[in-house]
Write a protein that binds this ligand. Structure first.
Ligand SMILES: [Zn+2]
Ligand SMILES: [Zn+2]
Length: 205
């Protein structure tokens, strides 16, 4: 039976569509819309959805390699690969183990999607919409915006210090730049890092 090359990408709407075909993620679009527009507090943010998609990709890759895994193992492996709190040593080790199990982890990771990609897929390809952004969605956007600003401040500071050091204007050894933004509540004088304040949703007072 003659078969033309896989129709992958010829019909795919975007990256999410492509990975849905490639990894055979049955029912993914329905899940995305349902979880995203859920009106209860179970509703997923686009960040949660991206994590869900990526875990399904990983699960499919494990299946493809014929690997057995226990309940929760996919989630845990995903965390070990991508978690902010995971050391780079652990990430490297996890990748090695997956490679040893014949999982093309570089490829799999490059297929992981960002929350922005999921958002675009939901709104542009599936034409799903929320009536208005939820509080969580707003917080998430603000968090992203401030995170980008922090990274930029760190980068500019690093460049500036490095340049002054190169020109012998400033005497400094190897250095790291940390950017901490603190918000102080004038009512109670309590101070929070902006991250903590957003996380806990307000001041204690
Ligand atoms: Zn799409
Ligand atoms: Zn306060």
């Amino acid at each position: 039976m003659s078969k033309t090359s896989p129709t992958e990408s010829s019909t795919a709407c975007c990256k999410v569509g492509r990975i849905t075909q490639r990894y055979d993620l049955t029912g993914l679009d329905d899940e995305l819309v349902r979880y995203w527009t859920d009106r209860t507090d179970q509703r997923y943010s686009t960040r949660d959805l991206a994590e869900h998609v990526n875990q399904r990709i990983l699960e499919s890759a494990l299946d493809e390699a014929g690997l057995q895994y226990k309940d929760g193992e996919v989630e845990n492996t995903y965390r070990l690969l991508t978690g902010d709190d995971v050391s780079s040593g652990t990430q490297v080790q996890t990748r090695k183990e997956l490679e040893r199990d014949s999982i093309p982890i570089d490829e799999v990771e490059s297929d992981f999607v960002s929350h922005q990609t999921v958002y675009n897929h939901l709104t542009d390809c599936l034409e799903a919409s929320l009536e208005s952004p939820s509080d969580e969605e707003r917080l998430e956007r603000s968090r992203d915006k401030l995170g980008a600003l922090r990274n930029r401040t760190a980068a500019v500071t690093e460049d500036t210090v490095a340049q002054l050091a190169r020109n012998d204007v400033l005497d400094v050894g190897e250095f790291d730049v940390l950017v901490n933004v603190t918000v102080s509540c004038k009512d109670c004088r309590q101070q929070y890092t902006i991250r903590d304040l957003l996380e806990q949703g307000g001041c204690d007072c």
